[in-house]
Structure formats: structure tokens, C-alpha cells
Design a protein around this ligand. Structure first.
Ligand SMILES: Nc1ncnc2c1ncn2[C@@H]1O[C@H](COP(=O)(O)OP(=O)(O)OP(=O)(O)O)[C@@H](O)[C@H]1O
Ligand SMILES: O=C(O)c1ccc[n+]([C@@H]2O[C@H](COP(=O)([O-])O)[C@@H](O)[C@H]2O)c1
Length: 213
């Protein structure tokens, strides 16, 4: 069965770091990448752009990119967008055997043991972990390090052979972009730091997003 990569995020806004991570995962694992914008992101203050604006920016950024798709399911649910709920919904829809992988950067993965019902996540999907400047995986919290023990795979094809439960380190050049860096820079009148796709930069400029934060 073919692997499906799920890329959850606040995407406030989507930037070139997200696109680089998604392209590296798509190419390394030979799989489609589904962008899943969080409706109500757990562990975060309210977003700068509305859900519809974040979706619009994702649609602009991924247009004409092969193998990139948008999945709006987390926007259609009320309450916090817990990943475990999203994965359970996908499992119910796709069946127990379909290989699923949740794509994250090092920063998000390091905090995994604070996620809602986090131990169940390993029963539902693989994790693909992208390098992120300023973060490392050699200092994971003890409970997370233990849960990860023996799960790391170096062969990407291992992920499509089973539905979930394995971990894969995505090799890619580190990308420095961050959404908070972009929001701060735009609010300070210093531009987008060259970290946005041109169509997204134009959209933000036209709507005057992130100017007063
Ligand atoms: N430059 C990057 N390199 C690797 N992973 C990244 C990068 N930017 C974001 N990610 C990952 O993409 C996912 C979604 O990120 P998110 O939408 O929160 O953007 P962000 O840039 O991390 O935002 P913020 O700066 O507000 O924290 C997370 O798993 C995050 O780790
Ligand atoms: O399920 C949780 O408890 C949980 C806690 C923190 C983050 N997540 C998910 O992880 C993804 C990246 O989160 P963020 O905050 O870095 O954009 C996004 O899809 C979030 O919904 C999920």
C-alpha cells in the first residue's frame, strides 16, 4: 500500500521552510503530502490570520507543486485540533492497514510527550522528523526517548510496509524560516525575510496581514 504523509501545522503563515520539508519528505518517501491546517492549534495563542486566510495561503503556496494536497478536516471540527483525533478519524476512514506518517520538525517532535494522549500516536502512524535549526533530538525528555527506543528506521521503504509505529529522520539541508520570525518582521516593517512563496507574500501584502502584532 502506498504511504500517505500528513503535515499538520498552524501555517500562520505557510513559508518556504514548510515547503522544503514537505518536498524532502515527498521525495525521500515517494508519497503524497497532505497539508492539514489546525483549526484551533493546541499549545498556542490565537493565530494572527484567520483559518480561511491560512487555508488560502496554503492553497496559493502548493498550487502547481506535484504531490501536495490540502486536507481541511481539522478546520471542520470544533475544539482543540488534537492530532490523535485526526489520526483516529483517518484510521476509521482508511482502515487499519493504510500506512500513515505524521511529518514534524525537531521542535514539535521534542514536545511530543506533552501532546494529548501521546502514547496512542505511535499506534496510529509513523513519525517523519525533519531537522530544524536550533533544535536537536539528542536531548529528548526521558519518557519520549524511551517510547522512541527501537523504532528508528534508516530505510524509507520500511514505512510503507506497515501502518505506523516507526520513526524516520528526514535528511535535508536545515531551513531557517519560521512563521513567528516572519510575523515579527512584518509587524516591525522589515518585510518577510525572503521566506515566503511569492503568491503568499502578495496575498499578505494585499490584505495587510500581520501588520499590528
Ligand atoms: N524551517 C523549518 N524546518 C523544519 N521544520 C519546520 C520548519 N518550519 C516549521 N517546521 C515544522 O512544520 C510544522 C508546522 O509548523 P508551524 O506551522 O507551527 O510553523 P513554525 O514556523 O514552526 O511557526 P512558529 O514560528 O510560529 O512556531 C511543525 O512540525 C514544525 O516543526
Ligand atoms: O495533539 C496535540 O496535543 C498537539 C499538540 C501540539 C501540536 N500538535 C500538532 O502538531 C502540529 C504542529 O504544531 P504547531 O503548533 O507547531 O503548528 C499541528 O498539526 C498541531 O495540531 C498537536
Amino acid at each position: 500500500m502506498s504511504l500517505r504523509i500528513l503535515y499538520g501545522g498552524t501555517f500562520d503563515p505557510i513559508h518556504l521552510g514548510h515547503l522544503a520539508v514537505a518536498a524532502a519528505a515527498r521525495d525521500a518517501l515517494d508519497a503524497k503530502v497532505y497539508f492539514l491546517p489546525a483549526g484551533d492549534p493546541p499549545h498556542r495563542p490565537p493565530t494572527g490570520a484567520s483559518a480561511e486566510q491560512r487555508v488560502r495561503m496554503i492553497a496559493l503556496a502548493i498550487a502547481e507543486q506535484p504531490g501536495f494536497l490540502l486536507d481541511r478536516r481539522e478546520l471542520e471540527r470544533s475544539g482543540p485540533s488534537y492530532t490523535v483525533d485526526t489520526l483516529r478519524e483517518l484510521r476509521a476512514q482508511l482502515g487499519p492497514d493504510e500506512p500513515l506518517a505524521w511529518l514534524v520538525g525537531d521542535d514539535a517532535f521534542s514536545g511530543l510527550s506533552s501532546w494529548h494522549d501521546w502514547r496512542s500516536l505511535f499506534d496510529l502512524a509513523h513519525f517523519v522528523v525533519a531537522v530544524r535549526p536550533g533544535y536537536a533530538l539528542d536531548n529528548l525528555p526521558e519518557n519520549l526517548a524511551q517510547a522512541c527506543d527501537g523504532r528508528w528506521e534508516s530505510d524509507p521503504s520500511a514505512l510503507s510496509g506497515q501502518p505506523g509505529g516507526r520513526l524516520f529522520r528526514l535528511a535535508m539541508p536545515p531551513h531557517p524560516a519560521s512563521a513567528s520570525g516572519i510575523r515579527r518582521s512584518l509587524a516591525g516593517g522589515r518585510g518577510d525575510r525572503g521566506w515566503l512563496a511569492p503568491a503568499v507574500a502578495l496575498y499578505i501584502h494585499k490584505l495587510g496581514l500581520y501588520q499590528n502584532r
